[in-house]
Design a protein around this ligand. Sequence first.
Ligand SMILES: [Zn+2]
Length: 550
Amino acid sequence: MKRWLVQLVGFASCIAVSTAVFAAEPPRLVVSISVDQYCQDYLVRFADNFADDGLLARVKQSGAYYPHCHHRHAYTVTAPGHAVQMTGAYPNVNGIIGNDWYDRTTGKSRYCVEDKSVEVVGIPEGKPMSPSNLLVDTVGDMLKMKYGERSKVIGVAIKDRAAILMTGRRADAAYWLEKNKWVTSTYYRDDLPGYLRVMNEQDAIGQYHGQVWKLSLPADRYYNKQDDGKFENPPAKFDNQFPHELAEAGDLNADKYGDQVLFSPFGNDYTLLTAREIITGEDLGTDQYPDLLTINLSSNDYVGHAFGPNSLEVEDMTYRTDRQLGQFAAWLDEHVGAGQWTLTLTADHGVAPIPEEAATWKLPAKRNPLGPLGEAEKRLEAHLRQRIPAAQGEETLVQKLDEHQVFLRKDHPKFLVEGNWMKAQRIVRDWLLEQPYVAYARTREDLLANSSDRLDEMLRRSFHPQMSGDVQYVLAPYCITGGAGKGTTHGSPWHYDTHVPLLLLGKDIQQGTYTRDVSPACLASTVAALIGVNPPAANVEGPLIEALAQ
Ligand SMILES: [Zn+2]
């Protein structure tokens, strides 16, 4: 195939090379899938048990496999993990620094995709969401710039933030689930398309009533042995061991039934069923103007939080996800046409083991090592006041201590005194570094000055100078904040949270295992190269060029 390689060498000394490969005949449909909380470790640890008709087997046969893909920002939660994929930019520039973050101007927490200027569409009352907090464009936006109405860009996920942040600002639509119904917002459109209205009206999600999630392989084939671990945290009426039975119709209220679907492989079934409806309903992939569909499989994250990465549930969920995706790829062959589509797969983050469980394996694991954050904030305030005395009754110097950062009250009169602002940051940093299980802390001044330490680089990519706090910190490996003694989470710069799969399959993908270090953020420029557009404006990662057919 004839292609032109255009290499724009970085304008700044060492930053980013943006390589655009203009395809003569781009794939008709690109499907970018993010599995929520999917560790690369699973693909290795469980390697023998993946099915022959799964996605992984097909990728190994004809796709591209990147075993060393890591997120390169520090705070590995869902929203940033999705925003980096299609922008090629990190939170320091794309503005999505967390799922929610403390807004120092309002004194309140702000959710990453909330937008009070729009309205929910699909149910009478719901939460208004849009990509207005995403400060940069995406590869989907570049596609819309090039082809306008002729190309469609659509996202679907149970989670609003995943559907919205993968698509971008000019997307035709993003659909997510609220109150068991597919919804969107007036940011995109004023009504739901007919095929989604029908699913809602017919209560399509109700088809899993009475279904049972059983082990898909004989029990002795599993590497994880834990089934009814005492630190597991399943949803209501779901039990903590196999088989997991979903309530019969009428036996449980709709919210609780909805949770059962979300916390099981049926959540992914439902999302992929809807993806098929979208592809058919919108005629995606039927002409020479490429379309982009982004999908997030959110159920892996719910299951992972509840049962932990060493549970039978997560292991079985992994096999089922791989088969669901293998079947989805086979469906694409039939409905879009073999050789007409390209699929990318990665994850927004990995996960830490449940700390109480990890402690039993003699790992230095700890839940809530700072104690309740409100109390840690008071201790920090007292410490800071001893060094920068503020009168009784005067406002606090510390505005907020959250799980990653400390906000100081910037406009406090004490900080207007020369030297105090910098001094306070250093005092807070040093206090944090004295706390057990705090591994690292950096002031905004530290981060704004360049250093090449790996953690500094990761923190810098998570630090937005206007939105982030004044001192950033990282807990020691295997330590997490939150949860009442059960379940687990992610969000750190440590290996288990950053290491995710990256797979490419379909048109214009060169078969191979590619061992260089890459990031999910490389997907933005890779998809751009596949569909023949320039990478998005703030992209800093080069494409996976060796895996693209020349
Ligand atoms: Zn999560």
